[in-house]
Write a protein that binds this ligand. Structure first.
Ligand SMILES: NC(=O)c1ccc[n+]([C@@H]2O[C@H](COP(=O)([O-])OP(=O)(O)OC[C@H]3O[C@@H](n4cnc5c(N)ncnc54)[C@H](OP(=O)(O)O)[C@@H]3O)[C@@H](O)[C@H]2O)c1
Length: 257
């Protein structure tokens, strides 16, 4: 009899920034594979709307309003998640922001504002979940949302590249340190995906999407559901021997000269 090797029934995954875009896509992929979910974002109403859609797949979905730039809020958020769900098997540290600023005009507020969410928010989310996983003693999967853009320079997005680039090294360090506890840590590096962030300026968004379609071997911009395979694989036991890696999911754009 055939088996569903990617079945996540009975697992609990925490997804940060899950009220829209890629985070919602990650959460939907996990929910479709049977996982229960905890979803975070700052806006309680947007979290609840997302949760309503995710509950349609049959699992439990717990929401919590958490700003990942605030370490104390993360600590309280993980405690709340554990009180509600009892455990966390996988986390997708996805919450992130983007902004543009020429490098020679970079100011501390812009730089730290972005690093606080895209880098420190990831670090403290993973640390807090990893503490629970070590204490529980049953391992787990830590998944970071990086970016395919770090493999090339992007003018006016040096702070974004610095934050996302650091995540690859962070994942390798965590993988090396926590592997003996059965905890794996990997990065998903998406290419250009159509979301609220990338379509904030629809004209620019469409221009980049067209450029990606011209260059990528799979000739189109990505959609959040293009990441389902990577996230379900990394959250499942099928990836049990895979750690410290970065999975680039970009339609082959970086692979092509
Ligand atoms: N779209 C792409 O092409 C692309 C490519 C590579 C990587 N990424 C990465 O993918 C992630 C998601 O991007 P997206 O395109 O899906 O953006 P998005 O549509 O703007 O979604 C961002 C999500 O993060 C949440 N968020 C933002 N700041 C937060 C904070 N301080 N604390 C908690 N949650 C926060 C937002 O909810 P609230 O506003 O309610 O907090 C929202 O749910 C980011 O890390 C981004 O860098 C995106």
């Amino acid at each position: 009899m055939a088996q569903n090797l990617f079945d996540l029934t009975g697992k609990v995954a925490l997804v940060t920034g899950a009220s829209s875009g890629l985070g919602f896509g990650f959460a939907e992929g996990l929910a479709r594979a049977g996982s229960d979910l905890v979803i975070w974002g700052r806006r309680a109403d947007a979290n609840e709307r997302a949760a309503e859609r995710l509950r349609a797949f049959g699992g439990k979905v717990h929401t919590q309003s958490v700003d990942v730039s605030d370490e104390a809020a993360i600590v309280a958020g993980v405690a709340d998640a554990l009180a509600a769900m009892g455990k966390i098997d996988a986390v997708v540290a996805n919450a992130g922001i983007a902004s543009q600023k020429p490098f020679i005009e970079m100011d501390a507020a812009t730089y730290h504002g972005l690093i606080d969410v895209n880098q420190h928010g990831v670090v403290f989310t993973l640390r807090e979940v990893a503490r629970h996983m070590v204490e529980r003693g049953e391992g787990g999967s830590l998944i970071l949302c990086g970016s395919g853009s770090i493999f090339q320079g992007v003018p006016t997005m040096t702070h974004y590249g610095a934050a996302k680039g650091a995540l690859n090294s962070l994942a390798k360090g965590i993988a090396a340190e926590l592997g003996p506890h059965g905890i794996r840590c990997n990065v998903i590096a998406p290419g250009f995906i159509i979301t609220e962030m990338t379509m904030a300026d629809p004209e620019v968004g469409r221009m980049i999407a067209d450029a990606v379609a011209q260059k990528a071997p799979i000739p189109r911009a990505g959609q959040p559901d293009d990441l389902w395979g990577a996230v379900v694989y990394l959250a499942s036991d099928l990836s049990r021997y895979h750690t410290g890696d970065t999975l680039i999911v970009d339609g082959g754009k970086i692979a092509k000269n």
